[in-house]
Design a protein around this ligand. Structure first.
Ligand code: BEZ
Ligand code: FE
Length: 296
């Protein structure tokens, strides 16, 4: 007589073998293996939590609402993945880098393709609102050699914590966004304003969940970057204000120690004149180190 799971009959004890076993003819081995792990962990969770029917239905309703909240510009499932730390974990397993290379963090939903390319030193703040900031540094390889022809795509929230795409009609198009390309010395510099912390979109089911978990929806102030150069791993990252009130409680777990930048106040009127600001203004000096492309 075959065992119950070999006959395909479901019991509480053999649930994993029966359900995962049913997938044995899957043509895609990677899918079969991944589903085996997911089924195992999911059944384990149900056995440990023992949800009531009402609780399970509430979970299904939460997922349904999450789906209904998605549209062309809002991806509530990515937000869910972000607040559960899954986006950061997927990023971590896919961007293990040699020592000294800059670290990745989440992309987020506010990147826009096609930002204008500017000369070094351009001010990406198009509405003169906020505290003046100079951002400069070098783009290098892991041996400290400058990388020529690297592109640095930057985007940030304004002094009130909003991206241009969240305030269409209020902020100029492409405000606080730009693309810069390094020359032979690998240096970059541009002008901007000090960004402010802001909440992730919290008017949907993920925001409700955060509230029920006693969590706030805020991200500490940051500037986003995508740094690309031929022959190197693309770096998708941010730099953060270490003095921000949310630096130790980012809603999406994006902060890494190596990505804390120093916002230095410059009081020297001569230096201010050189960059075309009035003193005092803020300055960040931050280098990016790219790792050689890995063959995956
Ligand atoms: C962002 O930093 O733009 C962001 C990242 C994850 C979720 C929401 C926003
Ligand atoms: Fe952001």
């Amino acid at each position: 007589m075959p065992e119950a799971h070999e006959m395909g009959y479901f019991t509480e004890e053999n649930s994993v073998e029966v359900v995962a076993g049913r997938n044995k003819n899957a043509k895609d081995a990677r899918l079969r293996e991944a589903m085996e792990v997911i089924i195992r962990k999911l059944h384990e969770a149900v056995k440990e939590i023992e949800p009531t029917q009402e609780e399970w239905f509430e979970t299904i309703q939460f997922l349904t609402k999450t789906g209904h909240t998605c549209n062309d510009w809002r991806q509530e499932f990515i937000l869910l993945s972000d607040v559960l730390g899954v986006s950061m974990l997927v990023d971590a397993v896919n961007s293990r880098r040699p020592n000294g290379a800059s670290e990745n963090t989440v992309l987020g939903p506010f990147h826009v393709d096609g930002a204008p390319e500017y000369e070094m030193g351009t001010n990406i703040c198009l509405d003169q609102k906020g505290e003046d900031l100079v951002v400069k540094g070098r783009i290098m390889d892991t041996e400290g050699n400058p990388i020529s022809g690297a592109t640095l795509d930057v985007w940030q929230a304004n002094d009130e914590g909003f991206y241009d795409v969240q305030q269409q009609g209020l902020q100029p198009e492409f405000n606080l966004r730009g693309l810069f390309r390094t020359g032979a010395d690998g240096t970059y510099w541009f002008k901007a304003v000090k960004p402010k912390y802001y909440p992730i979109p919290d008017d949907g089911p993920v925001g409700d969940l955060l509230g029920r978990l006693g969590r706030h929806p805020y991200r500490p102030a940051h500037l986003h970057y995508i740094v690309k150069a031929e022959g190197y791993d693309t770096l998708t990252t941010h730099i953060f204000d270490p003095d921000d009130q949310y630096i130790d409680s980012d809603a999406v777990f994006g902060v890494k120690k190596s990505l804390l930048a120093e916002f230095v106040t410059i009081n020297d009127p001569e230096k201010a004149k050189e960059v075309g600001f009035n003193a005092p203004y803020l300055e960040i000096d931050f280098d990016f180190v790219l790792a050689r492309e890995t063959s995956k």
